[in-house]
Design a protein around this ligand. Sequence first.
Ligand code: HEM
Length: 476
Amino acid sequence: MTNPPIDYADVQGTILRGYRVDLARHFILSITDVAGARCLIGLMVSGAADVPQITSAARWKVKPKYFVNIGFTCAGLAALGLTPAQLATFDAGFQRGATNPKTAQIVGDVGESDPTTWVGGLSDGAAVHVVLSLWVSHDRIDLVEVTAELRAAFACCMNELSAHDAHALPANHIHFGFRDNIAQPTVMGAPPRKCSVPDHQPVVNTGEFLLGYTNAYGSTYSVQPLELSTNSSYSSFRILEQDVPGFERFLTTYAAQAKVDPEMLAAKICGRWRNGNPLELAPNAPGTVLPLSKLNDFTYVSQHTQEDDTLGLKCPIGSHIRRNNPRSAAVVGGTDSTHHRIVRRAMPYGPAYDSAHPDTNLRGLIGHFINGSITNQFEFLMSQWDNTSSFVKSAAASCGSGIGNAVFNISGQDVFLGVNDPSGSSFTLAGCSATGKDNTTITGFGRLITTRGGAYCFLPSITGLRYLASLASPTA
Ligand code: HEM
């Protein structure tokens, strides 16, 4: 089935475009006046000069001063007037919501990550209706000004439960010291990325990120009413606190145990060196940063013996990037990696950690993980590929079965995203032996990342926002 070209002006910008900004602020809002909220939504897509406008993915000639996008939780859509029958057509995970106990089990929000402990009003999923996200290039005055305009606009109809700031660290690095924002899916029909990092991975069907287009299964995600369907999407908004000194201690302790350099262990955990170079292309040392054209141009399984890393001897099968996108590697659960891609729009919060001057500031990563199906993409990644090690298919290296099989070379859960408990956690560095007996496995570590908040959002198209604005209250 051929998809029509995407009408970028009808799509919320953050779905298809990375804004390449330094500052973000996410407002968590609860609707207090439904008619007022509908009116505000309408104003935000009306072109009105006195209210900040929702940013679409339409091409701009001059980079805007700010970018605003809006997501609604299931409770938010219900508050705006969608009926239970209509909401029943939405993604199953979205209907459940982020604070639902079943969701928490699926994505590993348990223990210290339990939704009941979440900050900023996010623990009360029924009260969280809107996540309004603002991005500005780098000017704090713009952030203050647009914040004031937004607050003036929503004050009469929404209660601000909290606001959460994020800011870029130098050179696209995130806490733990890794360079981020290298690998993103190439979405069929999407605008070309400005700072694109090309790769040879399959282009992902538009329907994996936008409702109303063919997805990777050859079908189409859609919702009722149809005005809300085409060009809309979903996101999992997350506040993920990172224990930076804990990660450095982890590296020191376990590098000594595994008899590798701490920087090598950091790279093995992630799949990339902290400078961004992938282990597949720089297996022994970080080296100088590869050019953009090379940085993401690799895969894991190849018929060419030189390039093949079926066994994870270079990049562990359990590393963060390989679990979240196994590329050409065969998997048992899930069709293949093209069915579970995700667009990441997250930035660090909290100051950079300086080990010479330790502090107790809170720091982590905050933002939206975007997909056409929360169930098949975000929740699938978190529950299957990040939190199990049984998804790897039996496979020998292209040079033969004598040096191992992929299934022996992974254990435990993602060190970053797994529900790691010292009593059962483990991470495998593969060695060369038929049954994995020469592997090195580190065990006994806890979680380094804790969920501090989350919300499942529906990101309506501009048409969808106009539809929500036009809803009338049911007559008594
Ligand atoms: C604080 C939490 C997190 C940290 C520290 C982290 C760190 C990283 C780093 C350093 C990279 C490599 C940079 C790149 O390839 O662009 C990466 C890639 C990636 N991460 Fe995360 N991440 C976090 C949360 C998540 C979450 C919640 C998901 C979604 C379930 C996720 C999915 C991915 C994916 C899909 C990639 C790209 C893999 C590829 O295509 O090769 N990450 N992450």
